[in-house]
Design a protein around this ligand. Structure first.
Ligand code: TXA
Ligand code: MG
Length: 328
């Protein structure tokens, strides 16, 4: 367990914006208003900061997060805009619209923030406080709604404090959020798909595109339920079979280790990566997807995975490993 933090609350002025940028740069967590709901922000390029977001929210699973940017230029560094995406961004950004795009080759967003996917959800919020913080920080910021998992999305700083007090560093209070529901999410990976209805009406998007949006089978507003439309593989899964809770390594296996105690036979493993030698679940979460990818590419017949404790972020790590190990 992590010791409770002292959560500061600051009225949204220039000093608070500078403070928020400092906290983000130090891998901390800052709640701030957007035009939709309050977001829980962290440096999107810092896997450990992103891991703390999941921990603070108590999310039982790693669902991909929305990456917030200050301008179009920053967005283009993260995702590839096809003609539809470019048209939607020109029409509705800044505003309550999130675009799911193919990642650029040099996308700096941490693997944990996209849950290991090759796609990234990007949004340019239309709220002066959010924009000032993004501009001052100068890097992309993940920001899920600033509530505990399973609770309602917060539209005031008081809601955030009630839910996340003691779990985050700073709340920037910019008053009630004007839209009050989350952004609309549209997948732009071919035929545009409505992934989540939200603050921007479908009709406005369809008017701009000049055609109907396809429906995602699992469209919904619950950020704890992953969006799993058939064509947008929503979960990264390695090709190599996984063997979970392995205490020893069989010949020809790769090893995904955890903690300071080596698994039996680790010396003979095809390749070994350790999620966290000191047994830190935040570090393990930050390393999970990139290490799975690396071992998947190492050419072993099986990836043996050492047991991961079930407390804290361990629940989400085990959830993801179980999905990756499920027969396909
Ligand atoms: O209005 C909003 O969008 C708020 C404010 C704070 O900006 N943020 C928000 O984020 O609602 P969050 O993390 O609560 O919702 C993220 C949603 C989830 O349903 C997730 O599955 C989806 O976005 N998502 C993120 N990346 C995705 C991707 N690469 N592919 C498909 N869905 C993705
Ligand atoms: Mg939410």
């Amino acid at each position: 367990m992590t010791a409770p933090l002292v959560t500061r609350v600051a009225k949204a002025d220039a000093a608070a914006v500078a403070d928020a940028a400092r906290v983000l740069a130090a891998s901390g967590l800052v709640a701030f208003p957007t035009e939709t709901v309050y977001g829980l922000g962290a440096d999107a390029t810092d896997g450990r900061a992103v891991a703390r977001v999941y921990q603070a929210k108590g999310r039982p699973a790693f669902n991909p997060l929305i990456v917030h940017v200050a301008d179009l230029n920053a967005a283009q560094g993260l995702g590839r805009f096809d003609a539809d995406a470019a048209r939607l961004a020109a029409a509705f950004w800044p505003g309550p619209l999130t675009l799911v795009l193919a990642k650029t080759a040099h996308c700096p967003v941490a693997d944990l923030a996209t849950a290991g996917l090759d796609t990234v959800a990007v949004r340019m919020p239309d709220h002066h406080v959010a924009r000032d913080i993004l501009a001052a920080f100068g890097k992309p910021v993940v920001a899920p709604s600033a509530n505990r998992s399973g609770h309602l999305s917060p539209t005031t700083a008081d809601h955030v404090l009630a839910d996340l007090g003691g779990r985050i560093d700073l709340i920037v209070d910019g008053g009630a959020t004007p839209v009050g529901i989350e952004s609309t999410i549209v997948g732009c990976l071919g035929e545009p798909v409505l992934l989540r209805p939200g603050g921007l009406p479908r009709a406005a998007i369809e008017r701009t595109l000049g055609r109907k949006l396809a429906d995602a089978p699992a469209a919904g507003t619950d950020d704890d339920a992953p969006l799993a439309p058939g064509m947008l593989a929503s979960h990264y899964a390695p090709r190599t079979p996984l063997r979970l809770n392995a205490s020893r390594v069989e010949p020809g296996e790769a090893l995904l280790a955890f903690g300071p105690t080596p698994a039996e036979g680790a010396g003979h493993a095809n390749s070994v990566l350790n999620l966290s030698e000191r047994g830190d679940l935040i570090e393990a979460a930050a390393n999970l997807f990139s290490q799975l990818r690396a071992l998947d590419a190492a050419g072993a017949g099986v990836i043996a995975v050492m047991p991961i404790p079930a407390n804290g972020l361990g629940e989400a790590i085990n959830d993801r490993l179980a999905r990756a190990a499920a027969p396909r």
